[in-house]
Design a protein around this ligand. Structure first.
Ligand code: AN7
Length: 355
């Protein structure tokens, strides 16, 4: 008898009863979810607790967006959609395009001109999207996407589509399923604010069902130049090198404020410098290479380490893969190659410091 393989079936099949799907809904999945929870000895030492990284870059298109997208595209397909549209800072478009391709739908993406990491752009292009670059930021892209969906036969799959949030909440379920209880504190970056809202929803649903006894405090972190929640109002011209979270007017404003306040949490800002430094340290200390936006939560935890209760269990969602934006990652590095030598073992040993 061959050994039974334990194949993860994607978030719809793994959490079907928690999601707005019916037996008739076609399941459009690329095997998303089931992402690693990696213990960080480095961060655990700093906060004097247990810190786990929920590594969402391991999803099929390299970001957490795939959880919501499998749900949104499946439901859109079930409703007979032929074309789908989203506004994006890059990851939503990469994800939507992949799921649309898999489902045979026509993908249309609206992105801020010149502000998308090359890897994300390549993903959308390779999967056959019509990529429209707009002279404006994400917030203007979202307005046009909404108007397109209102006036033309195309389904909107941004996180203003509630099915997206439903799919994304499965990350909380996985965390509780693996740890056996909700963490004391959940840390994550905040941009359009769908993810913090989704995590909070997932934690609450598990607590209400008695699967967990507690819900965590939700700590969100924004880039300083794109921190509307910290300022308390939308901003016109968000700026940060973490382009994924370069958003001034988050769509899920009320849900995110509720997540923050109902969980006794916070949404604070971190500087671009702190983001880059956290990104670098996370890669070199833990081997987890994330994109800049994804390091915002790590930077935030480092800033606030003294306020974490001793012995706390902390989960940080690192939202997207480092390979999406190698240009920004390497921008802070003086030289990519340490040495160029002739093919000679002694020369190699010398520059490697082995002799
Ligand atoms: C890596 O792709 O908004 O607060 O259009 O790509 O749920 O918006 C991406 C957001 C964090 C913020 N980390 O999450 C988009 C987009 C990464 C991201 C966020 C994004 P939300």
């Amino acid at each position: 008898m061959p050994r039974q393989a334990h194949l993860w079936r994607g978030v719809i099949e793994e959490y079907r009863e928690w999601l707005p799907v019916t037996p008739q809904t076609p399941v459009i999945s690329l095997g998303e979810g089931g992402t690693p929870l990696v213990h960080s000895g480095w961060l655990s030492g700093i906060v004097h607790g247990d810190v786990w990284l929920k590594v969402e870059g391991n999803n099929p298109t390299g970001s957490f967006k795939d959880r919501g997208m499998t749900a949104a595209i499946s439901v859109a397909c079930g409703e007979g959609a032929k074309a789908v549209v989203c506004a994006s800072t890059g990851n939503t478009s990469a994800s939507m395009t992949a799921y649309a391709a898999h489902a045979g739908l026509t993908p249309i993406v609206l992105v801020p001109h010149g502000k998308i990491a090359a890897g994300k752009m390549a993903q959308a292009v390779m999967c056959g999207a019509t990529v429209i670059q707009l002279n404006g930021g994400f917030d203007q892209c979202l307005q046009v996407a909404r108007d397109l969906a209102d006036q033309y036969p195309v389904a909107l799959v941004n996180s203003v589509n509630p099915v997206r949030i439903q799919g994304q909440k499965t990350a909380s379920f996985e965390i509780v399923d693996v740890l056996g209880e909700a963490p004391d504190l959940h840390v994550l970056p905040v941009g359009n604010a769908g993810n913090i809202s989704a995590y909070w929803l997932g934690y609450r649903e598990y607590a209400e069902a008695g699967i967990s006894q507690n819900t965590p405090a939700m700590w969100g972190f924004q880039a300083e130049g794109a921190a509307p929640f910290v300022l308390g109002h939308p901003i016109e011209h968000p700026e940060t090198l973490a382009t994924a979270i370069r958003i001034g007017n988050p769509a899920s404003w009320h849900l995110a404020v509720a997540a923050r306040d109902d969980s006794a949490g916070r949404i604070h800002a971190v500087t671009d410098q702190q983001i880059l430094s956290a990104q670098r340290e996370l890669a070199s200390r833990e081997g987890v290479f994330v994109e800049p936006a994804s390091a915002a939560g790590v930077a935030g935890l480092l800033n606030s380490a003294a306020e974490v209760e001793r012995g706390a269990t902390v989960v940080i969602t690192v939202t997207g893969h480092g390979l999406k934006d190698t240009e920004t990652a390497l921008s802070g590095v003086d030289s990519i190659v340490d040495s160029v030598i002739e093919p000679d073992v002694h020369a190699a040993a010398q520059v490697a410091g082995l002799v």
